[in-house]
Design a protein around this ligand. Structure first.
Ligand code: GLN
Length: 247
């Protein structure tokens, strides 16, 4: 039996998982297996209650507007209290794109306003203008984490952080939260473990140090306590990107 187990709960795995976001879960599973860390994956769909203490990491992938509309009310009612309790004890809530858009106050879609789960101070709205689409790179400052992330974004909604919210990183290339203010994603919650990003990619295969930061944070250990794996290719790619960006 492994000494430790990463217990992941994917929220709305059938509705919120576009652009290979499901691949992020495979990265958690593989890297745990390679290290001899146990891995459990549960799913919670619409109407399912969640136990805040039964999981170390809650995952919400991206989704089309119509799928988000199905999930938003459930997230903000059935799952709200449990997610707040989980974030308060330091569990990771990791949300990609459509998931990020539901982490805050709400998502304004024309005449309709979808509620958010209120874990962080942000708001999202549709605006005139093109979809924010293409490759994206950001610089970030996570203790024990990577300096850069590379991914792919494709969203019509624009997200604006409130005064009480910090971005996950700063845009080096691409659009980020809204195409205007240079912010990308969010990091917040009582323990700084609520993480949202617009980056698909899939994100974690391209950014293995970020996968490890999320895993370590969810397990309550420092990233350098995880056994090293052979990430020579990923490390070289990120070093080249950082050099090109003048970091
Ligand atoms: N439906 C949202 C938007 O278009 C999010 C899309 C996504 O998750 N890629 O803004």
């Amino acid at each position: 039996m492994p000494e430790r187990t990463l217990r992941v709960c994917a929220l709305y795995p059938d509705l919120m998982n576009i652009y290979a976001d499901r691949g992020n879960l495979t990265v958690f599973e593989r890297r745990c297996a390679w290290r001899g860390i146990g891995f459990e994956l549960a799913g919670a769909g619409i109407g399912d209650a969640i136990d805040p203490d039964a999981h170390d990491l809650f995952y919400i992938g991206g989704g089309q507007d119509r799928d988000q509309a199905l999930c938003a009310r459930d997230l903000a009612s059935v799952k709200r209290d449990a997610l707040h309790a989980a974030a308060a004890r330091g569990a990771v809530v990791f949300a990609v794109c459509g998931g990020l858009q539901l982490l805050g106050d709400g998502y304004e879609l024309g005449d309709e306003r979808l509620p958010g789960v209120g874990l962080v101070d942000l708001d999202t709205r549709r605006e005139d203008g093109p979809r924010l689409l293409g490759n994206i790179a950001i610089a970030l400052d996570l203790p024990g984490g990577p300096e850069t992330l590379a991914g792919f974004e494709n969203h019509a909604g624009r997200t604006y952080l409130g005064a009480g919210a910090e971005p996950l990183g700063r845009v080096l290339e691409g659009n980020g939260n809204n195409g205007h203010d240079g912010t990308e994603g969010v990091r917040g919650g009582p323990q700084g473990t609520v993480i949202g990003t617009y980056m698909h990619g899939p994100l974690l295969p391209k950014n293995t140090r970020f996968a490890d930061w999320l895993t370590a944070t969810a397990l309550g250990v420092e990233p350098d306590e995880l056994a090293p794996l052979d990430d020579a290719l990923e490390t070289a790619a990120h070093a080249e990107a950082a050099r090109a960006a003048g970091l």
